[in-house]
Design a protein around this ligand. Structure first.
Ligand SMILES: [Zn+2]
Length: 168
């Protein structure tokens, strides 16, 4: 999280651990040992799981594998099941973004990681769902939702800049 051009670190260096904000009390077990963390619903891994579950439910699922990229491709081709998966996935992202917006009201939210690669479909769906989750959505401007320019490498690039004086 960046505020006023500076990385927000918090009093103990743990600010911005947004993947571990609980969005589903008692939900899926996270690698952190807790349950219902946002990243269990809004990550490349989560998208693959949703796709796998859709494949198990729906015999007509396209034979495109259950990889996150393949799901997006099928959705871009108009496959109804894939579009449903992208819709559910984007709704989870929007829920977490709205939670963040309720705390810090950011100007921009950037979607990065494996999810961000060629993901205009996800980005636009998140924007659509955001209004359903935002408090006072009829009187406020929602944060702008963008895709990370450096995709999966964005986190590593950001970490490499952590020691720069102007980021402290
Ligand atoms: Zn967690």
């Amino acid at each position: 999280m960046v505020a006023g051009g500076r990385l927000l670190r918090g009093a103990h260096g743990f600010a911005g651990e947004i993947g571990h904000v609980v969005v589903d009390h008692g939900g899926r077990t996270c690698a952190c040992g807790r349950q219902g963390c946002w990243e269990q619903y809004a990550s490349g891994t989560a998208l693959r799981r949703l796709a796998r579950e859709a494949r198990e439910r729906d015999a007509a699922w396209p034979d495109s594998g259950d990889d996150a990229v393949d799901v997006r491709r099928a959705a871009e081709d108009g496959d109804v099941s894939a579009l449903r998966v992208i819709g559910e996935f984007s709704d989870w992202i929007a829920l977490g973004v709205a939670t963040l917006a309720h705390v810090v009201d950011p100007q921009v939210v950037v979607i990065g990681g494996g999810v961000a690669h060629r993901a205009e479909l996800v980005r636009s769906a998140v924007e659509r769902h955001l209004g359903e989750h935002l408090y006072a959505s009829h009187v406020r401007n929602p944060p702008q939702v963008l895709l990370a320019r450096f995709g999966e490498d964005a986190g590593a690039i950001g970490a490499a800049f952590l020691d720069r004086e102007d980021m402290r």
